[in-house]
Design a protein around this ligand. Structure first.
Ligand code: EPZ
Length: 416
């Protein structure tokens, strides 16, 4: 099992090119199931998760070529409708194939995703929305089974803002009979980007970027030809690393608006940030200031940056409060950060972080994707050497992270 060995204490300096967004690429990959054809996706990040999703699509009969950041998906041969447990259990987003398969084939058998490192992640809104559109779904032996489905337009409101459920229903609605109105949808850039890709394929969608989407079903779509938007969470993670190490990092190939809440919070913590159309330069302070963070759906502060922000606050002057309102138990990184010398007290879904002068290197273990990112940036600021185990979690969502960090002057190497 791979580990990362990091010797901390050196400010990060230089330029890093940010990869395509994992959470934007997966929905677009799923959307190719809506249409038999040859689809082209550019700026696709080479990650465990994009490779896993490619395997899910191949299981369904698609043929995929992935060279560099360019992925071609041939869905002429898609003839199966089952997404097996073995694959879905390794990546929850596999459930995104459910709506497109029901829309195109009227049937599907998709494993219920299991839990994840930080507890239950229900899919009730996915199922409720599809059932509202006329899909009779049964749960049989851990699988969601739909047969003889003809999706119809419906007015549906989400009780909770959900990225996945919004993506799911948006894809189901574009080929449904009649008009679908979705209320209280997620506004994450990944959702808006998917909508724009679908419109480019001939879908009829109004309201993108607003809480209400109106989708008029069409008979068929043209193949996908899309460039994946840059990864706002990877970008914000590097910005947090600059904040922690007191360095200056220029993020290239980004859309600053997509991670404005993170940039603003880092400015509050003392960073100097210069924004351009497709870049942002972050200069960390000698020592970050304590801040208060409450995670919210986009455009609020993202839960996917909660762990990284706790790391920054661990070395801040003063006490910080970080509250996660999206996932109440997403704090498996806290005990690991404590091993690096952080002083954090958990009160339910609120972390009270008492800043310390310096962290000290230690052996720690990654538990999930963003937790591992917080351990990496904490190790970069810690005195001495750290070894982070189980970094396959990191490989799910960060492309060649150690190479990008080394290019910024970090002393980091992958050992297995
Ligand atoms: C997406 O997960 C992201 N994953 C997550 O990023 C991210 O943390 C999350 O959105 C929130 O921004 C992908 O895009 C692949 P949700 P998703 O549905 O869609 C509740 C990462 O690190 N909910 O927006 O699963 C849910 O429990 C990953 O890249 C229901 O109650 O998240 C949560 O409290 C981790 N019922 C809230 O909604 C449902 O049917 C938001 O979850 C669905 C969700």
């Amino acid at each position: 099992m791979d580990k990362l060995r990091i010797t901390g204490g050196r400010p990060l300096e230089g330029t890093v090119r940010i990869s395509g967004a994992k959470n934007a690429a997966l929905p677009v990959m799923a959307a190719t199931l809506l249409t038999p054809g040859l689809h082209t996706l550019r700026n696709v990040p080479r990650l465990r998760d994009t490779r896993t999703f490619a395997r899910v699509l191949e299981t369904l009969g698609a043929r995929i070529a992935f060279e560099g950041d360019r992925m071609t998906i041939d869905t002429h041969g898609v003839n199966a409708v089952e997404a097996p447990y073995e694959l879905v259990k390794t990546m929850r987003a596999s459930i995104y194939v459910l709506g497109p398969l029901l829309a195109r084939f009227g049937q599907s058998r998709v494993s219920l995703p299991g839990g994840c490192a930080w507890g239950p992640r229900p899919v009730n809104l996915h199922l409720a929305g599809l059932q509202a559109m006329g899909a009779k779904l049964e749960i049989e032996h851990g699988y969601i089974v739909g047969r003889g489905v003809k999706l119809k337009g419906v007015r549906f409101g989400f009780d909770v803002v959900s990225v996945g459920a919004t993506v799911q229903l948006l894809m189901a609605a574009v080929l449904a009979e009649g008009t679908t109105v979705l209320e209280n949808v997620a506004l994450e850039p990944d959702v808006t980007a998917l909508g724009e890709v679908l419109v480019a394929c001939g879908a009829r969608i109004e309201g993108l970027g607003s809480p209400r989407l109106t989708i008029r079903g069409v008979g068929s779509l043209r193949p996908v030809d899309a460039t994946i938007i840059p990864d706002r969470i990877e970008a914000a993670t590097f910005a947090a690393a600059a904040a922690m190490t007191g360095g200056t990092v220029r993020l290239e190939g980004v859309i600053p608006d997509h991670f404005e809440a993170s940039l603003r919070k880092l400015e509050e913590a003392g960073c100097r940030i210069r924004r351009a159309a497709d870049a942002a330069e972050v200069s960390g302070p000698r020592r970050p200031k304590a801040v208060e963070v409450v995670t919210q759906p986009f455009p609020g502060f993202p839960t996917d940056m909660q762990a990284q922000m706790i790391a920054v606050c661990a070395v801040a002057s003063g006490s910080s409060l970080i509250e996660d309102t999206i996932y109440l138990d997403r704090f498996t990184h806290v005990p690991e950060l404590a091993r690096l010398g952080a002083s954090i007290e958990l009160q339910g879904n609120v972390a009270v972080v008492k800043g310390v002068e310096r962290l000290s290197g230690a052996q720690v273990m990654a538990t999930d994707l963003r937790a591992s990112a917080s351990l990496v940036i904490a190790a970069l600021a810690a005195e001495g050497q750290s070894v982070i185990d189980r970094i396959y979690h990191l490989d799910r969502g960060y492309e060649a992270l150690e190479n990008k960090l080394a290019a910024l002057g970090a002393r980091v190497e992958r050992v297995n």
